[in-house]
Ligand binder design. Sequence first.
Ligand code: SF4
Ligand code: SF4
Length: 444
Amino acid sequence: MFKLARFYDDAVTGTTADIAGLVDYLKTFDALYIWGAGYLGDAVGAKLLEIGVPVTAYWDTRHESLASLHEIPVLPTFTSRASPERTGVVFCISSSFVMEHCLSELKRHGFAHRIQGDMLYAGLICPLDDQSTFKTCRDANACDVYTCRKNEYFHKRWLGVPENEPGPSLYFKNITFVINQICTLKCKYCYSYTNAYPDESRKNFPLAQILSDIDKTFDAIDGVKIVPLIGGETFLHPDLSLIVKKFLEKSNFGILNVTTNGIVKIHDRQLEGLADSRIQVVFSNYKASLSAKEGDLFDRNVERVRASGAQVIVMNETPQWTVPTTLWDRNYPLETMKQKRRDCLNPLICKYVKNGKFYPCTVADSIYNIGVADYPQDYVTLDADRSREALRGEIRTLLARSYFDSCRHCDGVCGTTGVTALAGEQGHYEVVKLPMPTRLRAAQ
Ligand code: SF4
Ligand code: SF4
């Protein structure tokens, strides 16, 4: 009997998938919708049609402009000609910013039969095998390299990540390296809180410190799948090229994402080294919030980086953006902090290295670096003279903590408090100071 969970497991391990069983299973629904008509939904929809699965329609917030894809209509989300119990939904939303929100909305509308689009892609389309490299993932624009379980399974195998050594292995999905705290934009809901830094902290970090952090981190860990290189704005760092070349000396990471907002002057010397099979230059797309002149600069920069031979990813204009937590101390009791830590995905997927320190999440990083508080147990110091074994032990201890003091400051879920409609909206969002009660503000 066909089991969807088994199909997913086979997809992850690259085992031949039960395609006939999948087709029969998908045909049992009275209606089958693909949620998300982006790159993933496009590829999965085409494949389902090819193997004989009738797709009723796509769901997408851009239904009016898209109208149809593969001659299948694109409809508003949650429109179904069948009851939710008899409807299958192939979930093809790959943006990790909004995924959790979308999943809870799906549940709220009563659609219980969710088929993971990324797993269909991994099992039906993805060519990765033991003869491949991470270039396969880098070049596949339909799937999310971050969340993909298949590339992680293969990467660990290629690196020979030990399963049985004492303590958990130090293989991570993601370690974000932050090279500066300055930016050319003022995104109101910047996940790095770049707007919130005092003037004296708005700077590029010293090259020597960044190079040492790269050495210390990569020598201490077993491996990491994705390394986002972020700021602020990365192209404001004059030594970007030397930093990138240092990363490329390391063999235990999959892909380096050099992230930019695209609204910056790019110098020729910064492009050196970017044309490498393990690098993507990722343009965050905030054009909907920017002027026409800025939009032109963005387009020119995309073309310029592309012309240098680097692989360029221009993000979709995300229809929703998360609102990061404020950072003041909320005085949560210990049990609440522990619960937050237990429920939080950030230490699992979003570790940060910044200016000589390793943090479990961006909230802990920002609380320290903005100067809200200093909790020495919420980070590991990457001292140049600390041994590999000492650092491994400290990183394990950090990540095994049942709560961080930073969790006492952290509102919402996983460091976010909701969603907003406009990516890259410019403006100010107070995160450091508790707002004054309205009656006191009125009396001022
Ligand atoms: S990220 Fe890589 S392994 Fe995962 S589905 Fe895409 S190409 Fe395959
Ligand atoms: S501070 Fe917030 S984001 Fe960090 S681990 Fe705690 S709950 Fe998660």
